[in-house]
Design a protein around this ligand. Structure first.
Ligand code: ATP
Length: 235
């Protein structure tokens, strides 16, 4: 479904991605793990067209997307939930969700999707008329994920969904990620510092160090890999 081939990207003189190649098959949950500054967020932002791909190729459903605009990439079916959530604090929960569907005009289907996200996160239904900025961190993460789902993505990019959340809320968020993957066949690319939890829900994983993929394999193999255990699992 998604293929990155020798992707380079960065900021000014900083080459954050030196050579990233990876692939994601339809229906998978793939996680990208790595230390602070390894290039995880940059990988997601390059896929979604926010950071320019300087060389290499990004193919989504066999079409090159590395030169497309972010809007076009969303229209093709890729949607990112950025690190730090970035919901609209002055807009209500319902208005935030409407924003997620702004590229669509199939009203009846939009309503169906809104009912679906409210079934995933009943707390958002209760708070539908409350301003986004008044929600707790966990609720804002739920809203950010729901807003992305309103675009009906085929591939959902999640950047550190567990960041700053209490353990129980993290557990709930990871359960819902699995549920979204199963129920809608939404393919998930999950970037996490919380490698342990991420590898427990993922099919496969990639390890990124200094802008390069250094290890890949089935999630259960990475969980039992001694280097991964030492560097990312605190074992
Ligand atoms: P973290 O978990 O801390 O977010 P990360 O693995 O997501 O880390 P990136 O945010 O992709 O890492 O950063 C990769 C490299 O690019 C780092 O060296 C970082 O300092 C640099 N970088 C990231 N964003 C910018 C920016 N806007 N301007 C300049 N350099 C940046």
């Amino acid at each position: 479904m998604l293929n990155l081939e020798n992707v380079q990207a960065g900021y000014g003189n900083i080459l954050a991605l030196k050579n990233v190649s990876l692939n994601i098959q339809e229906g998978e949950i793939i996680t990208l793990i790595g230390a602070n500054g390894a290039g995880k967020s940059t990988t997601l932002m390059t896929i979604s067209g926010v950071v320019t791909c300087r060389s290499g190729k990004i193919l989504f459903q066999d079409k090159e997307i590395q030169k497309k605009s972010s809007d076009d990439i969303v229209k093709m079916g890729i949607c990112q939930v950025p690190e730090g959530r970035h919901i609209f604090p002055q807009l209500t929960v319902k208005e935030n969700l409407d924003m997620g569907a702004f590229l669509r005009n199939d009203k009846a289907e939009i309503k169906k999707d809104m009912d679906y996200v409210f079934s995933l996160f009943p707390i958002l239904a209760e708070r539908r008329n409350q301003d986004g900025g008044t929600l707790s961190g966990g609720e804002q993460q739920m809203l950010a994920m729901s807003r992305a789902l309103m675009a009906r993505p085929q591939l959902l990019l999640l950047d550190e969904p567990s960041m700053g959340l209490a353990p129980l809320v993290i557990k709930q968020i990871f359960e819902i990620i699995k549920q979204i993957n199963k129920e809608n066949n939404t393919t998930i690319f999950l970037v996490e510092q919380n490698a342990n939890q991420a590898l427990h829900i993922a099919d496969r994983g990639y390890v990124i160090e200094n802008g390069e993929i250094t290890l890949t394999g089935p999630a259960k193999d990475l969980l039992s890999n001694q280097e991964v255990q030492k560097a990312y699992l605190g074992i």
